[in-house]
Ligand binder design. Structure first.
Ligand SMILES: [Zn+2]
Ligand SMILES: [Zn+2]
Length: 168
């Protein structure tokens, strides 16, 4: 039972972090902390961006939860730290590796979900400035981006099928 309980805390924290990431992206990074985030919208990806400091900022609550939870033997606090840590790893893999290809670890995926989140984040980067942005989340994106990829796939499948019909 306990293992299910702590796994649940990790999972809920992970989901909650998507909301925290969305809110801090929309209201802080495109708000008071735009100075740290702007170089991520400036194109030309350099090895290090000021924007990377957000990884350090989010590492603080993660580290505190794990350390204090362990010192005071409060396991559910350690589990919260674990959830934040997992979300951070996932954010790095999805945003920095899969989407921005800062490390060439994976080639482009044909997976529909990957295509949808890539497109949604591309739409976020279409806006180069602080104001009037869209698509601030990473893993959970509005249905309109799903529809766009579905339409694209239908169009590709349609054009693939048409010549075959003609041949037959
Ligand atoms: Zn942004
Ligand atoms: Zn980005």
């Amino acid at each position: 039972m306990t293992i299910i309980f702590y796994t649940l805390i990790v999972a809920v924290t992970f989901l909650f972090m998507e909301f925290v990431a969305w809110a801090s992206h929309k209201y802080l990074m495109h708000g008071a902390l735009w100075g740290l985030h702007s170089d991520h919208h400036g194109g030309g990806y350099t090895p290090f961006q000021k924007n990377d400091s957000f990884f350090l900022i989010f590492a603080i609550p993660c580290w505190l939860c794990i350390m204090l939870g362990m010192i005071y033997h409060v396991n559910w606090v350690v589990a919260i730290g674990g959830g934040i840590f997992l979300y951070g790893c996932c954010y790095f893999l999805v945003h920095d590796v899969v989407i921005h290809q800062r490390f060439k670890w994976f080639t482009r995926s044909n997976n529909k979900y990957i295509k949808v989140i890539r497109w949604a984040h591309k739409m976020h980067h279409k806006h180069l400035d602080k104001e009037n942005g869209e698509s601030f989340g990473l893993l959970i994106v509005p249905a309109k981006y799903w529809r766009k990829i579905e339409k694209d796939e239908e169009a590709i499948n349609g054009s693939r099928n048409t010549p075959q019909h003609q041949d037959a």
